[in-house]
Ligand binder design. Structure first.
Ligand SMILES: [Zn+2]
Ligand SMILES: [Zn+2]
Length: 119
């Protein structure tokens, strides 16, 4: 569970953990967990609407990790304002994509994942 505060209220993101949200990857694990509350709040809505497990392939990224994965220097991932989502096997990417478009102010399709950010 990830707890976060937004507008003076405490929220709980039931289906995700800080352990998975920390900045990490192959040969990298700095543990950074800076995540924008409005990103987490929207992710929770997407998860509830989709009602199936979602895999977050990338959350927040420090500059080093962002460079290592070839992210844009102005990537919203650096600010903890973006996440990349995909379905588990057998899930509907089309449905997840539609929900993300409805919930996030900005989404972009990539091969294998949907990038969502709060700008
Ligand atoms: Zn890092
Ligand atoms: Zn992304």
């Amino acid at each position: 569970m990830i707890e976060f505060w937004m507008d003076g209220e405490k929220y709980e993101l039931e289906n995700f953990t800080l352990a998975e949200a920390r900045c990490h990857g192959e040969d990298h694990d700095c543990g950074l967990t800076t995540l924008d509350p409005s990103l987490l709040w929207r992710l929770d809505i997407v998860r509830i609407k989709y009602d199936m497990p979602i895999i977050v392939t990338s959350w927040t990224r420090c500059k080093t990790h962002n460079d290592a994965v070839g992210g844009s220097p102005t990537s919203k991932h650096i600010k903890g304002r973006a996440c990349d989502l995909k379905t588990v096997r057998g899930g509907s990417m089309a449905l997840l994509r539609q929900i993300c478009k409805d919930v996030f102010p900005y989404t972009k399709d990539y091969p294998g994942h949907i990038h969502c950010d709060v700008r």
